[in-house]
Design a protein around this ligand. Structure first.
Ligand code: FAD
Length: 400
């Protein structure tokens, strides 16, 4: 009954989610229970069911599959991302080929502009950004590099996110592009954050205005949700939506558990909560064809409460006289989205990880279970590697 209720709720909440292959005449024992129907859970389910021949139950407390990558059609008929824009990019041919079994692709290269000094300029900073902001006409990479070198301030030991930026491009560009944005995004000054945060954003001396430079960049042609439905559409896989793990744990006996939720939650927060940054998404439908020139515009200014606005039609290529956008407001409370990269948080995670390692019947996979700031392709890679290890162990155990 639990499953049927949940499925009818999910079908109502999202008609394009097919209500899985649940058959009430089946026994309720599963080889593997998987908590979470995001990338980590869906990849594990697909591999265990298809390659491993295991009977799998996927449980998610949200009323839909896809985790944070979930997308849906809004009242405008535009395919929007409920949990913020998700752009697929990877350098791994293996991961791209794997996903291509479940989706066709729409070629898409992501471009971001930043609203700075009443201008919209390319982000990451490149030569065009510098020329527009400083009314210059730097024509070569060497000239742009010389300009940035003249702005840069020497920092003896680069430790924080502030050090990384100031030592590369100087205080003025740091304040315009990074300081306000980072304070809003993390609720912390860049001087309090691990250098990894701003190291993710390059500075370029050429005029390449793509946000990512990965070999494979594309959007799933029919969206992420459709892709997840195909991954999970297998007779060995049942999906239980709108149900928390603690409700399903005892109702559906299983030999092994794959847990992709927050690791601190799994262990009852016994060492305290792992800190996360959350987001509030304000989705809006507008009666105009186009709101902004690219999919994402960043707002680094401390005077604006949101960090960025996304316009989805740039991602989907949909044609319509109306458009749909999302404002993102970082918050301290809410769903766990970004692990906060500070040394003491990693130390706390390590204490939970030590408990996880000695649980042979449980595999911890994904962003929340491994407390890592992973992109989608990294989570897929982690799940594929976890499955391979499980399969190898099984093969070893079967050989006397
Ligand atoms: P999730 O997608 O979070 O899935 C975990 C699932 O587990 C959730 O659905 C949750 O409901 C469920 N769950 C947790 N606990 C329980 C429980 N106790 N019982 C039942 N269910 C439970 N990556 C990119 O590559 N490109 C991008 O452009 C990009 N943009 C992003 C933008 C934002 C705003 C955010 C937050 C992330 C972005 N990411 C992006 C990262 C991407 O979202 C993650 O890498 C990926 O979704 C992680 O997948 P996952 O399966 O580990 O976790």
């Amino acid at each position: 009954r639990l499953i049927k209720d949940a499925l009818s709720r999910s079908a109502h909440a999202h008609p394009i989610v097919s209500p899985t292959s649940w058959n009430s005449s089946r026994s309720h024992h599963y080889d593997v229970m998987i908590v979470g129907a995001g990338f980590a859970g869906a990849v594990m389910a697909e591999r265990l069911a298809v390659d491993g021949g295991k009977r799998v139950l996927v449980v998610d407390r949200r009323p839909h599959v896809g985790g944070n990558a979930y997308d849906e059609y809004d009242a405008n008929g535009v395919l929007i991302h409920r949990y913020g824009p998700h752009i697929f990019h990877t350098n791994s041919e293996e991961i791209f080929t794997y996903l291509s079994r479940f989706t066709k692709w729409r070629p898409y290269e992501h471009r971001v502009l930043a609203a700075v000094d009443d201008l919209l300029v390319p982000m990451p900073i490149n030569r065009t950004t510098i020329n527009l902001l400083y009314k210059l006409n730097l024509e070569t990479e060497e000239h742009a590099a010389e300009f940035l070198a003249a702005q840069a301030e020497p920092v003896s030991v680069v430790r924080t996110s502030e050090d990384v930026v100031i030592s590369a491009i100087g205080r003025e560009l740091y304040e315009k592009f990074f300081q306000g944005y980072t304070r809003k995004q993390w609720g912390l000054d860049p001087s309090e954050l691990d250098k990894a945060v701003t190291s993710r954003v390059p500075t370029r001396t050429n005029v390449d205005d793509r946000y990512f430079t990965d070999k494979f960049q594309a959007m799933p042609l029919e969206g992420y949700t459709r892709m997840f439905e195909r991954m999970l559409d297998h007779p060995n896989i049942d999906v239980l939506l709108g149900v928390d793990y603690c409700e399903a744990r005892d109702a559906y006996p299983h030999d092994h558990l794959v847990f992709t939720g927050p690791i601190d939650e799994y262990f009852g927060y016994r060492f305290g909560k792992l800190p996360y940054r959350s987001l509030q998404f304000d989705h809006a439908q507008l009666d105009m064809e186009q709101f902004q020139p690219v999919a994402v515009v960043n707002y680094p200014s401390p005077d604006v409460p949101y960090t960025r606005i996304t316009e989805y039609k740039h991602l989907t290529g949909q044609q319509s006289s109306r458009t749909s956008i999302t404002y993102e407001y970082p918050t301290a409370e809410g769903d766990p989205y970004y692990p906060i990269p500070r040394a003491e948080n990693q130390a706390l995670f390590k204490r939970y990880e030590a408990l996880a390692i000695v649980q042979p019947d449980v595999s911890f996979v994904g962003r929340l279970a491994t407390y890592r700031y992973y992109n989608m392709d990294q989570v897929i890679g982690q799940a594929l590697a976890t499955y391979r290890k499980m399969a190898q162990r099984r093969a070893r155990e079967q050989v006397p």
